[in-house]
Structures are given as C-alpha cells and as structure tokens.
Design a protein around this ligand. Structure first.
Ligand code: UDX
Length: 441
C-alpha cells in the first residue's frame, strides 16, 4: 500500500518506518528541511532504541522516503497519516493549528480517494474539524473528491516505541465507513498476532480512548504516590504494599511504582487536555483527574522536601549530585521531567548541581544553557565528586547496582535521596549511607 505520513516527529517517524518494515511504500513529509536532511543522510533526529537501524534498512530497500514537497506527498499515499505536533496551548488545550493545516494542505491538492488518519493525540471532535477543513478546501477548488477521516491513536511508549508498534496490544481504529475500515484492516493485517488486535469503533470513541488510557495510567501513578507518602508517615513500606495489592489480578503489578512524579510528552499534556475538553465541551469538572494532576505537581517536589528536611531550607554552599535527567530511562526526552523541578528547587534554595544522564546531557545543555550553577558531567561518578549528597531521579539500569563503598567515599556527606526506589534499603545502609527512598523507611 502507498502511505504518506505528515510529520516526522516521534510518532510520525516510528509509524512510517514500521509500516515500511512490513512492505508498504512510505513517504514521510516534514516542513522542517533540517529534519529531512538528517533523515536523507541516514540519521534520525530523535533517540529511540532500534529505530535508526530500521530506518536505514527500509531506506536501503527503497520503501521509505523523506521529503519536504507537499504536492508529492499528497499525491503519493492513499492513506495519509497526520502525525504532526499538538503542543499544549497556554490554557492546557491541545493546539490544533498544525493538524488543521495538514488537513487543509491535503484538501487543496488531492485528486483521488484518500483516507486521512489522525495519528496525533487530538481532542474528541478533532476528526470533525479535519473533515470540515478538507471539505472547505475541496469546495474552494470546486471539486468533489471522495475521502474518509479516521481516528487511529498511537499508544507508543518512548524507549519501546518500535516494539510497541510492531507488536501492539491493540490497534484502535475509529471510522464511520466501510471503505476506510477495510483499508485500515489491510494496512494493519501484518501486526495481528495470535488474536485480533484491531478494535473498530466510532470516531469519537477512538479519540476518547487515547485520553482515557493515559488518564487512567496517570491516575494509578498519582494514587500510588499518595499512598507512598502516607506509608512513610505511618511507618509502612510501600514496596510491600505494592506487592500485596499488585497480586490481585484486577489491580496487577504494571504501572504501580511510586516515584518522584510522572513526566514526558504525554501524561501531563493529555491529563490537562482531557480536563479542558471535559470543561469546555461538556461543562464537566473531572474531580478525580484534577486531583491526579495536583498530586503529581506536588510529587515532583518530593525530593526537595526530603533534602530540605535533612539539610535545612537554605542550601547555600551545598552541591547536589543528580543522577538521571530524562523523564524516564531509554530516552533523552526531558519534557516535564521531574529532574527539572528538582534542579530548579535546588538552585532557588541556593545550592549548585552536578548532573549526569546516560543520554540526555545534550538535551540538558539545550535547556539549561550555560548556567554556571549546573555542571553537566559525563559519568555517574563524576557527578558525585565534591557533592554533599546524591539525588536519583531516573531509574537508568546503570544506577541500579553501584559500589556503595565507593559511592560513600565520593560524597562529602553520605546521603542518598532515591526518587525511584532502586535499592533494598539495607544495602546502602549497611555501609553507613543515610538512605531516603519514597514511601518506605
Ligand atoms: C505514555 C503511555 O504509556 C503510552 O501508552 C502513550 O502512548 C504515551 O504516554 P511515555 O510517556 O513514553 O508513554 O512513558 P511511560 O513509560 O508511560 O511513563 C510515563 C511517566 O510515568 C514516566 O515519568 C515514568 O517515570 C512514570 N511512571 C511510570 C511512574 O512514576 N510509575 C510507574 O509505575 C510507571
């Protein structure tokens, strides 16, 4: 099948590449010539395990192409994926200008049947807007060309995106006509494994499914974080509680880890956008979800609270090592990362920081610029040198089994604040480290 993907960001590039991998002819369009240049020269503009090899393989096989030429892109695919960004507006709603601009550019040029697929995470009702934008452009041209609009939300996790696409739990397709449904079934046939993964529904339900999934997951995390804070006060151990409740299959073990708050490009943005949609489109104040957001905003300061309880409010003259800058392991993404809140808090309290992350250091440089109070170093040990204490923010594998004796020797005062509960508390304590995990004593 011939497929065009509009937008070579995270979602678009993974979608286009994985569709090429199963034999489709894919043309990826982006307005940013720099991104297209990188892709055409055999690189990728983002960090995602496994993606670079897959891009190279499919480019070499002649199935995957990149362009900035809109005419060519619209002409090319029967299926046109819209995978452009939907950055949050100031008021928290998703900014749809890039989505509608993509829809309009298709409407301005199409000459034969197209399935226009919303892949970006967009509020309920966006497919209607896309349909209207295309209709408007066709009317301006005075032509009648058939098309369908489909909602096909993505459920990719950063760091596992290729595998999530190639081996999906489910593929949600919201469509109103058989022609589009049949095409989407054919396109996704290679991704079916031992049972049907494709769930066909109406367009609005598909749009809401994406938000409902992320809101439900964010709720689990905020709830566990609240329980962790409570456990700490009561003298209980959240890790034991996690195992105790996770064993109930209705609850399950996945996504039940307390920590220093959720971040990333999806949860914070989608929670905000769903709250906003509920209020604006339905006049409903989602009480649970409001609390989920508030609890997360507070949880991002949990390490600051612990640090100030130990070292005092005023941290002038103190230096803190920070392990982990990305919002989670296996990505360089620092959007809404808890590390940013922690570092801002530490600086505001007068401290300095030496931070290390296995892949996000260049991203941190872009974000922090050349702030003399933040040293971005190239190893976990280098971060410890001359630091008063260590704060762990991201659960990278390489932080999981440190030599605690050596770690203690490098710190001025042997204190570790662990925002991800990486260790059995007995281990660091056995060498005399003061250890502060989340939700356990
Ligand atoms: C998420 C969804 O999982 C994915 O389905 C959707 O398409 C996009 O949003 P992503 O943002 O890449 O994916 O990361 P995810 O692994 O879900 O983690 C989100 C945040 O939750 C991270 O900050 C992580 O540290 C935090 N988290 C996750 C916890 O604090 N505890 C957990 O138990 C799980």
């Amino acid at each position: 099948m011939k497929v065009t993907v509009v937008g070579t960001g995270y979602v678009g590039l993974v979608t286009g590449t994985c569709l090429a991998e199963v034999g489709n002819d894919v043309l990826c369009l982006d307005v940013d010539p720099e991104k297209i240049r990188i892709l055409n020269e055999g690189g990728i503009p983002i960090y995602e395990p496994g993606l670079l090899d897959m891009v190279k393989r499919n480019v070499a096989a002649g199935r995957l192409h990149f362009t900035t030429d809109v005419d060519k892109a619209v002409q090319f695919g029967t299926v046109q994926f819209i995978a452009v960004g939907t950055p949050p507006d100031e008021d928290g709603s998703a900014d749809l200008q890039y989505v509608t601009a993509a829809a309009r550019s298709i409407g301005q040029r199409m000459t034969d049947y197209k399935v226009i697929v919303d892949k970006s995470t967009v509020p309920v009702g966006t497919a209607d807007k896309v349909r209207a934008a295309v209709a408007d452009e066709l009317q301006k041209r005075g032509v009648a060309v058939p098309y369908s609009v489909v909602s096909n939300p993505e459920f990719l996790k950063e760091g596992a995106a290729v595998d999530d696409f190639m081996r999906p739990d489910r593929i949600v397709v919201g469509a109103d006509d058989d022609r589009a449904i049949n095409l989407m079934r054919a396109l996704y046939a290679p991704f079916q494994r031992n049972h049907e993964r494709l769930i066909v529904m109406d367009v609005k339900s598909a749009e809401l499914t994406k938000y409902a999934a992320n809101a439900m997951l964010a709720t689990r995390i905020s709830f566990m974080n609240e329980l962790a804070n409570l456990a700490e006060q009561l003298g209980a151990d959240i890790e034991m509680v996690r195992q105790g409740i996770g064993s109930d299959p209705r609850i399950g073990y996945h996504f039940l880890y307390p920590g220093c708050g959720y971040g990333g490009s999806c949860f914070p943005k989608d929670v905000k956008a769903l709250l906003k949609t509920a209020k604006d489109a339905a006049g409903i104040d989602l009480k649970v979800l409001n609390a989920v957001e508030e609890a997360n905003d507070q949880q991002k300061h949990v390490l600051t609270r612990k640090i100030q309880a130990r070292f005092g409010e005023n941290l002038t003259g103190k230096r803190f090592a920070v392990w982990g800058l990305a919002f989670k392991p296996n990505t360089d993404d620092m959007r809404e990362a808890p590390s940013r809140e922690l570092i801002a808090d530490l600086l505001a309290a007068g401290a300095t920081v030496s931070a290390y992350d296995p892949v996000a250091v260049h991203e941190a440089k872009r974000i922090f610029g050349d702030d003399a109070r933040i040293a971005l170093v190239d190893s976990a040990n280098a971060a410890l040198e001359g630091a008063d204490a260590l704060a762990i923010v991201t659960e990278w594998k390489e932080f999981r089994s440190p030599d605690f004796d050596a770690l203690k020797a490098r710190l001025k005062s042997p204190v570790v604040f662990d925002g991800r509960n990486l260790y059995d508390p007995a281990f660091p304590r056995s060498v005399g480290i003061e250890y502060f995990p989340i939700g356990r004593l």
